[in-house]
Design a protein around this ligand. Structure first.
Ligand code: KG4
Ligand code: ZN
Length: 338
């Protein structure tokens, strides 16, 4: 079964074809980073207008790179939330128009559920370590992106129980704000990661453990970084900026890794699944892999950040479960999972 996935929840216009929920046939992502970088963050109206310009070429490219015609496609999966309303509307309306014109079934996918399904995706040449069969339930999913830091227990396809969330800034948002404090540009995650390579985590920054709760909090850490940046005159000294970036990255990774492994042990899950843009961070994955007694799965970096292959993979399992949306599918900007 070949599913066309469409993703426009934020600032990436993406379309992909995935076969049987695991095999990527094509995966096109048109990034708007250069357009938003000059504002230091995403401007919602600019994002939705850019999606309008890009969506049709991106969908056409996903089909042509897959060497497929419309009659080869069996269904359409589209992100309907959470995300920016104006951005989501573009993807959902294009998906509905195609579904209607081509008489294809359509399924609305929760962007956060989509992120998790990046763990099902195999390379074009499936190996035993990828694709269907490598995920074992129950598993604990850590979804860490620009808008979310969620810990979700997944008992089976489509069965989610939210255990924890961020109480303030999401981890990706914290990276973005920290990069702004340190004058490192946008998006902050890759900028902090790059700067941290030439620094050492020598500054002591706070970690919010929040007792036995599975929630996260990163705003105190961000404020502490801001104070540090004032006091130590860091901004005038590139090597101190690198040390501050390394110290910040270390604090975020420490909390995410420690709290997730604790929760996984407590719940007795079989695996930990990482997903979302922050999971592209190398230190984070290295720390998880070296310190977790429970097997950890993490998609390759380009499947951690927003893409439509993960939406198509998730859509396949929706269709398998008979979850088909009607043509009045609407966007839900504040949609949550579990
Ligand atoms: O999942 P994603 O692409 O979009 C959302 O759904 O939000 O995540 C984007 C977030 C941004 O905040 C970005 O700074 C962060 O992921 N990010 C990273 C890295 N790459 C992207 N954070 C830390 N390290 C990275 N390498
Ligand atoms: Zn995302």
């Amino acid at each position: 079964m070949k599913i066309l996935g469409i993703e426009t929840s934020c600032d990436e216009t993406a379309a992909a074809v995935v076969e049987d929920g695991t095999r990527i046939v094509s995966n096109i992502v048109a990034s708007q980073i250069d357009i938003h970088a000059r504002y230091g963050g995403i401007v919602p109206e600019v994002a939705s207008r850019q999606h309008l310009l890009t969506i049709i070429p991106v969908v056409n490219k996903a089909l042509s790179e897959a060497k497929l015609a419309w009659q080869d496609i069996d269904g359409i999966a589209v992100t309907f939330g959470p995300g920016l309303a104006g951005s989501l509307l573009v993807g959902v309306n294009v998906a509905k128009a195609i579904a209607l014109a081509r008489r294809l079934p359509i399924t609305g996918v929760n962007h956060l559920e989509g992120h998790i399904y990046a763990n099902w995706l195999a390379s074009p040449f499936p190996s035993p370590a990828s694709g269907e069969g490598r995920v074992r339930f129950p598993c604990l999913c850590l979804i860490i992106s620009g808008g979310h830091s969620d810990l979700v227990l997944m008992k089976g396809h489509g069965q989610f129980e939210k255990l924890g969330r961020t109480r303030d800034d999401a981890s990706g948002e914290a990276f973005d704000k920290a990069a702004r404090i340190l004058g490192l540009g946008y998006p902050g995650g890759p900028a902090i990661e790059q700067a941290a390579k030439s620094g050492t985590p020598c500054f002591s920054l706070p970690r919010a453990w929040l007792g036995n709760s599975h929630d996260f909090s990163f705003s105190g850490l961000k404020t502490a970084l801001w104070h540090l940046a004032q006091k130590e005159e860091i901004l005038a000294n590139p090597s101190k900026v690198a040390d501050a970036a390394a110290s910040f990255q270390c604090a975020v990774v420490d909390v995410l890794v420690t709290k997730t492994i604790e929760a996984a042990k407590e719940l007795g899950v079989k695996q930990i699944l990482l997903s979302g843009g922050v999971a592209a961070n190398k230190l984070l994955t290295e720390c998880f892999l070296s310190s977790s007694p429970i097997p950890v799965l993490v998609p390759p970096p380009h499947l951690c950040t927003d893409n439509a292959a993960m939406i198509a993979a998730c859509g396949y399992y929706h269709f398998q479960a008979g979850k088909i949306s009607s043509y009045d599918l609407d966007v839900v900007p504040s949609l949550s999972l579990g």
